[in-house]
Design a protein around this ligand. Structure first.
Ligand SMILES: Cc1cc2nc3c(=O)[nH]c(=O)nc-3n(C[C@H](O)[C@H](O)[C@H](O)COP(=O)(O)O)c2cc1C
Length: 215
């Protein structure tokens, strides 16, 4: 198993999603001790918003031998290629994704803006867009301060899990599961939410072990 482990919370040691992604990876290592794990702390990487010149350079980079990339853009463009290679090489991706203002944290969006790349992770065909990054599973650890699932009103405000499902689907990743801890800002719900998410992580790892034993 080749695991890519991503965290994006700004809260460092106080982050629930960071603690849960670490536990999820530990569970997977119990299933497959020889698994290879790559880790990116997207919050610590502090990648800026993409600019016009950066996007232009990133899209031309696969032909870098033939085109000239401005020297000041090379480190950013090289990093974007590494992020794409790392995603494509993984068969299991664990994403720590807190809800920030109904959506995802900027560091995770900055990663998405680099890895959703025409010619690498998707392409347009006569029939429409085609994902090129399929054949892998993603487990999103979703954390939320309030309860955001249940009623149609709450679900309509979800631009975090729904968005991740959409963008991962766009690049061909259909096997997406969520480990969710919500109500973390409500003291009456917090402990139960964390325990529930830990149990979900354990159950997912158990299902993966069973699937591995059956193949
Ligand atoms: C900038 C910011 C925006 C937030 N926006 C929301 C929100 O829209 N809905 C929500 O339920 N919780 C929101 N929260 C609460 C977080 O989702 C919650 O604290 C969660 O535990 C964060 O994950 P973490 O512990 O891994 O950092 C927000 C927190 C921050 C810091």
């Amino acid at each position: 198993m080749n695991i890519l482990h991503l965290d994006s919370s700004a809260l460092g040691a106080n982050s629930v999603s960071r603690s849960l992604t670490a536990k999820m990876v530990a569970q997977l290592l119990r299933v497959e001790p020889a698994a290879d794990v790559s880790y990116r702390d997207l919050a610590a990487m502090a990648m800026p918003a993409v600019t016009e010149e950066l996007l232009h350079a990133m899209r031309r980079f696969p032909n870098a031998a033939e085109v000239e990339i401005a020297p000041h853009l090379l480190p950013e463009v090289t990093l974007a290629q590494e992020l794409i290679d790392q995603l494509l090489a993984a068969d299991t991706v664990i994403i720590g994704a807190p809800m920030y203002n109904f959506s995802i944290p900027q560091p995770l969006k900055a990663w998405i803006d680099r890895v959703v790349m025409p010619g690498r992770t998707f392409r347009y065909t006569a029939e429409g867009p085609q994902g090129l990054a399929g054949g892998k599973r993603v487990i999103v650890v979703s954390t939320r301060g309030s309860r955001m699932s249940g009623s149609p009103y709450e679900t309509a405000l979800d631009h975090q899990e729904a968005y991740l499902l959409a963008v991962l689907g766009f690049i061909g990743i259909k096997d997406v599961k969520f480990v969710r801890a919500e109500g973390l800002g409500m003291s009456a719900l917090r402990d139960e939410a964390i325990a529930g998410a830990e149990a979900q992580a354990q159950q997912l790892a158990g299902e993966m072990q069973l699937a591995a034993e059956l193949t």
